[in-house]
Design a protein around this ligand. Structure first.
Ligand code: SDX
Length: 426
């Protein structure tokens, strides 16, 4: 609505700023002209700042709504699959049957990495954290594909996006195999995306790995639940890196690095470590008290969210999947009992209600991944694998938009005013 304006009175100035409306969610105040009026806005942590215009994902934090291209995460997790979600995130439409088949075939045929990638792993210690290896090898992919990349060409951008979506499972599985000293397993074109990942993770030369349909469906659903999430820290990192014209492999490596933090994608690994540290239901009160103690840096990992203020719809789906997988695999994991009791206690505690803290996507995912046999230190790599399609979709969308500028925030300077420099001998 063009005539929708905000009036800002600052000092002796009155500035009119356009208010822009999207399809849903908050209107935004367009402050792009504010700098010329002598002011910057100040919003560390971007609590109330929109960095871009996007049509990929919509989150309503108050209502616990998550839409990908308008489709609810609940519908997609129940009735779609990760390959179809990847297509719609990249192409802003659901595929026809033929488009689905062609896309799936294209992804399948890009899963192999250059054989020299194997050599990169030789430089890592065997006990290197898988995320350290993933950061390194994803960035190194630029050395194989950098020369055929014109990021102003949509077709070449999509080809890089397809390569990254296809090769991340192979690289993640290589990180795991290198950690445990087993030979790398080549991708197989006769398997689905999730089946192929499980086979590369758990197959050994001595015997064929039997893929459980329940497990592969659960893994596919975990990928879907992690596919994209609007302008989170790692996606914003990818957008900022991409705004300088950096190649997509470097941008995705930056996203992997940002996701690694325990406040973000590293929370699933930290959450399972926390559940193991708690160990039993009777120790939960001690940790609840620590989480409330302002002098204790301890936080309940897997709880809280910047945007969701009532519940994380992905956690709801993940919780159901967690029970299904453990029942199907006939696993009675005491950690699940600790998690369920921790959730019950936290949600009935006024402190957490007041702070709007509840389980997020990372709270239950670790229990499923552990049940499948994936070690804790691999959890964030799984998150990075699944989120790659979100990262490349935002990167592609940003570069498709006209007038794209390099991201260059300003600051509130609180250092020294200019002063005379005296040489050290004086
Ligand atoms: C992901 O952005 C995304 O979309 C991310 C993500 C995605 O899909 O990309 O959804 C994935 O990163 C999920 C979040 C995973 N992180 C964790 O589970 C780590 C534990 N949670 C937090 O550290 C925290 O809740 C954040 C980082 C998730 C959100 O932090 P905010 O929005 O910056 O809120 P905050 O740190 O300012 O906390 C507000 C208050 C504080 O108390 P006061 O200073 O006001 O007294 O709530 C408290 C915090 O101390 N608090 C917690 C807590 N989280 C916040 N107290 C105990 N345990 C927690 N987990």
């Amino acid at each position: 609505m063009a005539d929708n304006k905000a009036t800002l009175k600052a000092g002796d100035k009155v500035v009119e700023l356009p208010i822009l409306s999207g399809t849903a969610g908050h209107d935004v105040i367009d402050i792009r002209t504010l700098g010329s009026q002598g002011y910057f806005t100040f919003d560390p942590g971007f609590m109330a700042t929109g960095s871009c215009e996007s049509s990929i994902t919509y989150i309503d934090g108050a209502k616990g709504i998550l839409l990908h291209r308008g489709y609810s995460i609940e519908d997609l997790a129940r009735d779609s699959d990760y390959i179809e979600v990847c297509y719609m995130l990249l192409h802003d439409k659901t595929p026809t049957t033929q488009e689905y088949r062609d896309f799936k075939d294209t992804i399948t045929r890009h899963t192999l990495v250059h054989d020299q990638v194997n050599n990169f792993f030789r430089g890592f210690r065997r006990d290197a954290h898988p995320m350290a290896m993933l950061c390194g090898t994803v960035g190194a992919m630029a050395s194989f594909y950098h020369d055929d990349l014109d990021i102003s060409d949509p077709e070449q951008r999509l080809r890089s996006a397809y390569r990254l979506v296809a090769k991340m499972p192979t690289l993640v599985a290589m990180c795991y195999k290198y950690n445990i000293g087993q030979p790398f397993v080549y991708p197989r074109n006769d398997l689905s995306y999730a089946e192929n990942f499980l086979n590369m993770m758990f197959s050994v030369p001595a015997e064929n790995y039997k893929i459980s349909p329940v497990v592969s469906r659960a893994v596919d659903r975990i990928f879907t639940l992690h596919a994209d999430h609007e302008q989170n820290a790692s996606t914003s990192t990818v957008r900022l890196a991409g705004s300088s014209g950096a190649n997509p492999y470097a941008c995705i490596a930056a996203g992997v690095a940002s996701l690694w933090g325990p406040a973000h994608g590293g929370a699933n690994e930290a959450c399972l470590n926390m559940l193991q540290e708690i160990g039993s239901v009777d120790r939960i009160p001690e940790f609840i008290d620590r989480a409330k103690d302002k002098n204790d840096p301890f936080r309940l990992m897997g709880f809280g969210h910047r945007v969701y203020k009532n519940f994380d719809p992905r956690a709801t789906v993940m919780r159901e999947s967690c029970h299904e997988v453990l029942a199907e695999l006939n696993i009675d994991d005491p950690l699940l009992n600790v998690a369920m009791e921790l959730e019950r206690i936290a949600l009935s505690d006024p402190y957490f209600a007041e702070k709007k803290l509840f389980p997020n996507v990372d709270f239950y995912s670790g229990i499923i991944l552990k049940a499948i046999g994936i070690p804790t230190n691999m959890f964030t790599c799984i998150f990075a694998l699944a989120r790659t399609v979100g990262w490349v979709s935002h990167w592609h969308e940003m570069l498709s938009q006209p007038g794209q500028k390099i991201g260059r925030p300003r600051q509130l300077y609180t250092g020294e005013a200019q002063r005379k420099y005296n040489k050290i001998e004086k």
